[in-house]
Design a protein around this ligand. Structure first.
Ligand SMILES: [Fe+2]
Length: 193
């Protein structure tokens, strides 16, 4: 769990505005891109999508990820192509949604209803969120659940943002810890990532 960063992953990406820019994930399986003891080439995460909250727009240089709507409401996925310098670019994107090829305009948002999925190729800027007013309502907030099935996930080095954000911010603890996060296990600094 420690070496492959499995388990709870809760982050505001340093935004200090968790209800708007943040994410709650649980990594179920993963390999390790630089450690032959963990040869799995694939990863799986569950993601909680409360309405109103997004992860920041980002892309990966190596990871290819499928986003799957596992239930609740609709998941909106905004996709933007990059140019040769990894900057946002105009044009079109060729996608596969539920196994069907589709061409969209760069920057367009695709809506996934429960059960639907799409594949995000490396170097594609993406941001996704639960569509307002469509999720299971708990205490007045709509929730959806998505999952990510991907190539091996290197969260330490393969996340690229367009703002001054970080993948694992330092958390100021104001209550006793109940669970370790995936980047907090004792001895994690000793692992060469
Ligand atoms: Fe991603």
């Amino acid at each position: 769990m420690r070496d492959c960063a499995l388990g709870w992953d809760v982050t505001d990406f340093g935004s200090k505005d968790f209800p708007r820019i943040g994410r709650t994930l649980f990594t179920l399986r993963n390999g390790h891109i630089r450690d032959p003891r963990y040869p799995k080439s694939y990863a799986e995460k569950l993601i909680l999508d409360p309405e109103g909250q997004r992860a920041p727009a980002h892309f990966h240089r190596t990871k290819r990820e499928d986003i799957i709507n596992r239930g609740g409401g609709n998941i909106c996925v905004q996709l933007t192509r990059t140019d040769a310098e990894d900057r946002p670019a105009k044009g079109t994107l060729d996608l596969v949604v539920d196994g069907c090829r589709r061409t969209i305009a760069s920057g367009e948002t695709v809506r996934l209803t429960p059960g639907e999925s799409l594949c995000i190729p490396p170097r594609t800027i993406h941001q996704f969120w639960g569509e307002e007013g469509t999720g299971y309502r708990i205490d007045g907030v709509g929730y959806s659940v998505s999952s990510e099935v991907s190539s091996v996930c290197d969260d330490m080095k393969d996340n690229f943002f367009f703002a001054d954000l970080v993948r694992y911010p330092v958390i100021v603890e104001d209550a006793p810890r109940i669970h370790y996060l995936c980047n907090e296990y004792p001895g994690v600094e000793a692992v060469a990532r």
